[in-house]
Design a protein around this ligand. Structure first.
Ligand code: ZN
Length: 315
């Protein structure tokens, strides 16, 4: 038996068939066409699924074998399968379950993409075997998902787990959400790049600028971490500040939820041990019961497949 998972993003849609051992046995992708009406977008996804279900290629890939279909979206959805809000796709109260089931009559589930990634890690990734975990993606923005008793917790009204919009600095940097000083403005990849661009203006001698070919607009998170590894003082200063912000955020999660494990994903998490080792020293300093055992802090292990696998696991 198989489950179909769709990782619906602002630019592309990854679609995969996942077997009972949580392995992707077939995969395809299509571009996101926000220019099309909603029903036509669903039609494109469904025709991609139909092409994927090719029993001639693999007997497991038949429509009869499909248990369920799940989708992860960069937005929020109701338990009834309605996408309430998804800015990147211009979806506003889009009846995704209804639109899918009209075409393929199988159980259909939809949830936020960070929740889906949190679920995938908790079943088949680094947090497998734990019953409570918090997943934080450090990308262009900040996404987060909470797993409690092996289930996604996204709140009573489905609007929860927005760690990226907890306020870290009163009257801080304005955020896309309309508030100021959100975690996202200090802990995302965008945030550390902004800090570096500001610093190289006053410290053009920093290795960061030469690694970016002298062009501040080319600075990315990897360049900053590479400069830290090379011992650049300015990069080290930026890194320390970033680690302090992220540690306070992680400690907030520990103080509030105390999960078994906290998982970091997204582009910034590619810094690996450099980031992990610094955070493991720093975050316990902000935990109230710092003399007690701390949650584990790890890097996500499923990479980009987490979106498909987690969506397929929705139930
Ligand atoms: Zn915000």
């Amino acid at each position: 038996m198989i489950r179909i998972g769709l990782d619906i993003g602002g630019t592309g849609i990854q679609i995969g068939a996942v077997d009972e051992d949580n392995r992707i046995i077939a995969k395809s992708s299509i571009p996101t066409r926000i220019d099309l009406p909603f029903e036509d977008q669903v039609e494109q996804m469904v025709s991609c699924i139909r092409q994927l279900l090719n029993p001639a290629k693999n007997p497991a890939l038949s429509l009869e074998n499909v248990i369920s279909i799940g989708a992860g979206i960069p937005g929020i959805a109701s338990k009834e399968g309605v996408v309430i809000n998804c800015t990147n796709l211009n979806w506003d109260y889009a009846p995704l379950r209804q639109a899918f089931q009209k075409r393929i009559n199988k159980p259909f589930f939809v949830d936020n993409d960070a929740n889906v990634a949190a679920l995938a890690e908790s079943i088949a990734g680094v947090s497998a075997g734990t019953s409570s975990s918090v997943f934080i993606t450090l990308g262009t923005g900040i996404g987060s998902g909470i797993i409690i008793n092996n289930k996604i917790w996204n709140g009573h009204h489905g609007i929860g787990a927005e760690l990226g919009h907890m306020i870290l600095e009163l009257d801080g940097i304005p955020c896309n959400c309309g508030n100021s000083g959100c975690v996202e403005q200090y802990c995302s990849a965008t945030a550390i790049i902004r800090m570096a661009r500001q610093q190289v203006l006053v410290h053009p001698e920093s290795l960061i600028l030469s690694l970016a070919d002298g062009d501040a607009s080319k600075i990315n998170a990897k360049i900053i971490f590479d400069a830290v590894r090379e011992g650049d003082d300015i990069a080290e200063k930026i890194f320390r500040k970033y680690v302090a912000y992220l540690s306070q955020t992680i400690a907030g999660v520990v103080n509030f939820i105390d999960p078994e494990i906290i998982i970091l994903g997204g582009g910034v998490s590619k810094a690996g041990d450099l980031l992990l080792n610094a955070l493991r020293v720093e975050f316990p300093k902000y935990v109230v019961y710092r003399d007690q055992k701390m949650p584990r802090l790890e890097i996500a292990s499923l990479s980009s497949d987490a979106g498909i696998i987690g969506a397929a696991m929705l139930s």
